[in-house]
Design a protein around this ligand. Structure first.
Ligand code: URA
Length: 210
C-alpha cells in the first residue's frame, strides 16, 4: 500500500459518491451529499489525532475524560470548490481555524494562479488540512501547499473527493511529506484537465453555474 495515498474505503462514501457523479443530481442534492461525504472523510482523516485527558464532573462522579490534545486544527479551502468540503468539515470540528486560498487554473496552461490568500497567522504546530474536491493536475494543490510551507506550516494533509493518478503522482513528487486522502481514485485526466469518469466541474455542480 502507498502510505502517501489513502483511498477511504467505506460503503456509504462509495454510494453517496455514485449519487453525486450522476449528471442528473440537482445542485441541492450534490451540495448536501458533498457535506455528508465531508463528514465521513473528516472522520477518517482525523482518526489518528492525539488525545489527552481532562478531569470532568459527570452528574455522578469525577472522571479523567479524553479530549483532543494540542492546538486546534486549521482547515484550508482552495477556492471556490474547496468550500463545499469545508462546510461539512467545520460542522464536525466547529472550533477548527480556517484559511482560504484562491487559485484559478489558467485555461491554456492549466497552471495555478493565486489571486487570494487569508490564513491564521500561527500555522506552525497545527495540523493543516488542505481541501479541494478534485485533485486533477495537482497544480492548485501543489502551489497552495508551497505557499503554506513558506508561511510556516509543517504538518500538512490534503483531502479531496476524487483524485486522478496524474494528480496523486504530481503531489507525491512535489510534496512527499503531505499525505493525500480521497474518496476515490479515478482512471485518468483528459486533455482539458478533467478527471474521468469524474463528476464534471465540482464548483459548477455545487453552485449551479456553468
Ligand atoms: N476540477 C473539477 O472541478 N473537475 C475536474 O474534473 C477537474 C478539475
Amino acid at each position: 500500500m502507498d502510505a502517501h495515498l489513502t483511498v477511504v474505503d467505506h460503503p456509504l462514501i462509495k454510494h453517496k459518491l455514485t449519487l453525486m457523479r450522476r449528471s442528473t443530481a440537482s445542485t441541492q442534492k450534490f451540495r448536501s451529499l458533498l457535506r455528508e461525504v465531508a463528514h465521513l472523510l473528516t472522520y477518517e482523516i482525523t482518526r489518528d489525532l492525539e488525545l489527552t485527558t481532562e478531569e470532568i464532573e459527570t452528574p455522578l462522579e469525577t472522571m479523567d475524560a479524553p479530549v483532543l490534545a494540542g492546538k486546534k486544527l486549521c482547515f484550508v479551502s482552495i477556492l471556490r470548490a474547496g468550500n463545499g468540503l469545508l462546510e461539512g468539515m467545520i460542522q464536525l470540528m466547529p472550533s477548527a481555524r480556517v484559511g482560504h486560498i484562491g487559485m484559478y487554473r489558467d485555461p491554456d496552461t492549466l497552471e495555478a494562479v493565486e489571486y487570494y490568500c487569508k490564513m491564521p497567522d500561527d500555522l506552525g504546530g497545527r495540523l493543516v488540512i488542505v481541501v479541494d474536491p478534485m485533485l486533477a493536475t495537482g497544480n492548485s494543490a501543489i502551489a497552495s501547499i508551497e505557499h503554506l510551507k513558506k508561511i510556516g506550516a509543517t504538518n500538512i494533509r490534503f483531502l479531496c473527493l476524487l483524485a486522478s493518478p496524474e494528480g496523486v503522482a504530481a503531489m507525491k513528487q512535489a510534496h512527499p511529506d503531505v499525505p493525500v486522502w480521497t474518496a476515490a481514485l479515478d482512471e485518468r485526466l483528459d486533455d482539458h484537465g478533467y478527471i474521468r469518469p469524474g463528476l464534471g466541474d465540482a464548483g459548477d455542480r455545487m453552485y449551479g453555474t456553468k
